[in-house]
Design a protein around this ligand. Structure first.
Ligand code: SF4
Length: 370
């Protein structure tokens, strides 16, 4: 329980913790339900706006709680409607969050750490040192912030965005009444979520709460570079979708592309997946970025098919998104297609993930906040 002197981050509390905190402040039990609704359903951005709470209660909250949202350093909109926010945390550190709208869904990619310790050489985030883990509140607030902006944009409010698609969220429609919604959340932004385990599990539980944001387990995907010992545990604890940044199925290649492989090699990673409970109808998503001349041969494709045999799988082939100073080149399009054909012939569901938001450096592997 947080002490009286440090402000409480309400957005980082589960429903049960919120009730306990309010009880510790001498508040009646019904306050918990009211406050939870303001935080996660009505999307209040400040305590002062919680108009049906008594003045005394609002004053108490104002004195004892931290702001409900991060600061916004920058908000950009790409030509394809992808949006990126640079969010400023209470201590001045920054992270990026990306919203990718589609016909039928809207995916929010959130960060779990400031920087990343794992230094995958194809990933721009990997050029940043790990500064610190995010708290559960800082992860939840990424979702709350974007949901609030999208909701306001749907009502025609200005969002202050820069970029090709206009100044309002959702492709510049000023007052469309068509609110873009977050239907899916992926933990694929900056950082390795399984190296920030406790905060990640807590944040996801808050996002899933049925009386709050109510994002279901099928709509949340946690992406890991392969922290093998944590994989069965997180699958048991959360039951969300799992994506694995694979990128190579030979240890000598993966040792370079995903250096955590030197600690947890491919055999350990595969065993961890085999040991993980997978809900019926679910598949493991394997992320595979295609780098010209490095991991894109047809032989590599056949080895990849053999590696995932026996595991319900979906293959995501990611054309490499170059960034300034990156040491790799994207595979030619025809090679990407040939690679996909080998996987198709092996009976694997395989999609080529089209790059989104590359003109604002919001595409996969391009995030960097300082
Ligand atoms: S790919 Fe993921 S784990 Fe690797 S450096 Fe980038 S953010 Fe870190």
């Amino acid at each position: 329980m947080t002490t009286e002197t440090s402000p409480v981050r309400l957005t980082g509390l589960t429903r049960e913790e919120l009730d306990l905190q309010l009880a510790a402040w001498g508040q009646k039990p019904f306050r918990g339900k009211q406050l939870w609704s303001w935080l996660h359903v009505k999307l209040a951005t400040e305590v002062a706006g919680m108009t049906d709470l008594s003045k005394e209660f609002r004053e108490l909250l104002g004195q004892r709680t931290a702001p409900l949202r991060p600061g916004v350093g920058r908000h950009q909109v790409a030509r394809d409607g992808t949006e990126k926010w640079l969010l400023v945390l209470a201590d001045g550190e920054t992270v990026e969050t990306v919203f990718i709208p589609d016909e039928e869904r809207g995916t929010l990619c959130i960060s779990s750490q400031v920087g990343c310790a794992l230094s995958c050489p194809f990933c721009r985030t990997g050029t940043m040192p790990l500064v610190r883990n995010l708290t559960a509140a800082e992860m939840v607030e990424q979702v709350l912030h974007v949901r609030t902006v999208l909701s306001r944009a749907g009502q025609g409010e200005e969002t202050g965005a820069e970029g090709g698609a206009g100044k309002t969220a959702g492709g510049g429609k000023a007052s469309s009444g068509e609110e873009k919604r977050i239907t899916n959340v992926v933990l694929m932004g900056m950082g390795e979520p399984l190296y920030n385990y406790e905060a990640t599990v807590k944040a996801v539980r808050i996002l899933m709460d049925r009386n709050g944001l109510a994002i279901g387990t099928r709509k949340i995907t946690l992406s890991t570079s392969g922290v093998a010992p944590r994989i069965p545990q997180v699958m048991r604890d959360l039951g969300v979708n799992l994506a694995v940044s694979l990128h190579a199925v030979r240890d000598e290649v993966r040792d370079v592309l995903v250096p955590i492989n030197r600690k947890f090699n491919l055999a350990a990673l595969r065993q961890a997946i085999m040991d993980s409970p997978l809900k019926s109808g679910r598949r493991i998503t394997w992320e595979y970025v295609l780098l010209d001349g490095i991991n894109d041969s047809l032989e590599a494709a056949a080895e990849l098919a053999a590696f995932v045999r026996g595991i319900p799988s979906k293959m995501n082939l990611i054309p490499f998104n170059p960034w300034e100073g990156s040491p790799y080149l994207p595979s030619p399009r025809e090679q990407v297609v040939r690679f996909q054909e080998v996987l198709h012939h092996a009976g694997l569901v395989t999609v080529i993930r089209e790059s989104r938001g590359a003109d604002i450096s919001a595409a996969c592997g391009q995030l960097k906040s300082f």
